[in-house]
Design a protein around this ligand. Structure first.
Ligand SMILES: [Zn+2]
Length: 426
């Protein structure tokens, strides 16, 4: 059976449009619930369901063991990557060692490890009082560097995962969650002060509304190998804070940095009738136009422009975000993106900072006449063109994407170095 879906249409809207607000309610009720927050949690749930089913259907022990092994394999492989990475090696070791403080894990280890295996002998020595528990822990650290970690017995690995999930909830998620109301309060206060002091070209209502509409979730650092302590997903309106923000200072910086992204200007596209996933397709087939699919996409946030193919000015956006974070928070300092900030400061020798800030916070307004929708961005580009020649910002961005930020800094530091970049891309 075939079914005709209407053709998708897209229009640019501003954030005052009612549907755009409504989506935050819908997302908070439904989509965000599905976000996986703790590494391994979903696998544990699936395993629990499977064990129940296996019991009902009387599956054999071999079948159950094979299935467990299959389900844990991706986790083991991911952990192996973390263990091999220089930056996060210690986090993987912690995952492997910390669970042994629990009796239940010690019991599983004794059952699952072969007699004579090093760890099993150490556990038995601890029990007989022949080995101090602290020494056992220290020995485990080194032990896991030696052995093939993919060979850790599945049941023991499962016990590690379940220990990890419990511990993350208690020691990372709960304390950070407790801080969120205070973080929001302080952020609002600091922004209002900066707005009153004319440091932030922004309206207080925007701060309040976007604070209200943005959900903050705490996510396990084990997911985030790329090393971000925070992220802002504008399409879903979610700030993700890594559980690896270890100190309150670090947390304050991460939160403030991500909130700057939240406050930065947006270009919003409303896309109707794009039935991409099975769910919206099915709903449309049943309910027709009553279940019209409406989605919102952000083609610009701050000064990052995105199309399906490419991003532009990511470095500039992060440099502005980090320096704005410093302006608002005052101390401690945002140490992220140092090279990007250096590049920005080099541009600031010719381009006044307020031009950058006004463009960063500018929202695209489709209700204005065509030439007045992004006046601040246009003013910034005009000034850059006057100072560095036409198309310079795009050329600099191309250079950064091809050669990296540090190379761009090197050239821009040379006297008249910008001419080299201008000349590279005719
Ligand atoms: Zn950022």
């Amino acid at each position: 059976m075939s079914f005709e879906f209407p053709k998708p249409t897209s229009t640019r809207v501003n954030e005052f449009q009612s549907g755009y607000h409504h989506r935050f309610e819908l997302l908070s009720r439904y989509k965000r619930e599905r976000l996986e927050r703790i590494w391994g949690e979903k696998t544990l749930e699936q395993l629990a369901q499977y064990y129940k089913l296996a019991k009902e259907q009387g599956l054999s022990q071999e079948e159950i063991d094979a299935k467990r092994s299959d389900m844990l394999k991706p986790l083991k492989e991911w952990l192996e990557k973390i263990h091999e990475s220089q930056k996060y090696h210690d986090r993987a070791v912690e995952f492997l060692v910390a669970p042994f403080e629990e009796d239940n894990v010690l019991q599983v280890a004794k059952q699952e490890l072969k007699a004579g295996s090093e760890v099993r002998e150490m556990i038995e020595d601890v029990e007989r009082g022949r080995l101090l528990p602290e020494l056992f822990e220290a020995a485990l650290d080194g032990y896991y560097d030696e052995v093939d970690r993919l060979d850790i017995p599945d049941k023991l690995f499962e016990a590690f995962v379940s220990y990890h999930v419990k511990r993350f909830r208690k020691e990372n998620e709960a304390p950070i969650k407790n801080e969120i109301p205070g973080l929001k309060r302080r952020f609002r206060k600091r922004c209002f002060e900066a707005i009153s002091g004319l440091q932030l070209p922004l309206q207080k209502e925007v701060v309040s509304r976007r604070l209200r509409e943005t959900r903050v979730i705490v996510k396990d650092g084990l997911f985030m190998l790329e090393g971000h302590l925070g992220r802002f997903d504008v399409d879903n309106g979610v700030i993700t804070i890594s559980g690896w923000n270890d100190t309150l200072n670090e947390l304050e910086l991460t939160f403030t940095h991500e909130m700057m992204h939240v406050l930065s200007g947006r270009l919003i596209w409303e896309i109707k009738d794009r039935y991409e996933d099975a769910e919206t397709k099915l709903l449309y087939a049943i309910f027709g136009s009553k279940a019209q699919s409406v989605e919102y996409e952000h083609r610009r946030i701050g000064v990052v422009f995105s199309t399906s193919k490419k991003f532009r000015f990511f470095w500039l956006n992060e440099a502005l975000t980090a320096s704005l974070t410093d302006d608002v928070i005052k101390r401690p300092f945002d140490v992220s993106y140092p090279s990007e900030r250096k590049l920005l400061s080099l541009l600031e020798s010719k381009i006044p900072r307020p031009l950058f800030l006004a463009a960063y916070f500018e929202n695209f307004d489709p209700e204005k006449p065509a030439d007045q929708r992004i006046p601040h961005w246009n003013a910034l580009i005009k000034k850059i063109t006057e100072s560095y020649g036409s198309g310079f910002l795009v050329k600099l961005d191309k250079f950064v994407q091809e050669k990296g930020v540090d190379e761009a800094v090197k050239i821009m530091e040379l006297p008249e170095g910008w001419r080299q970049i201008q000349g590279m891309y005719a």
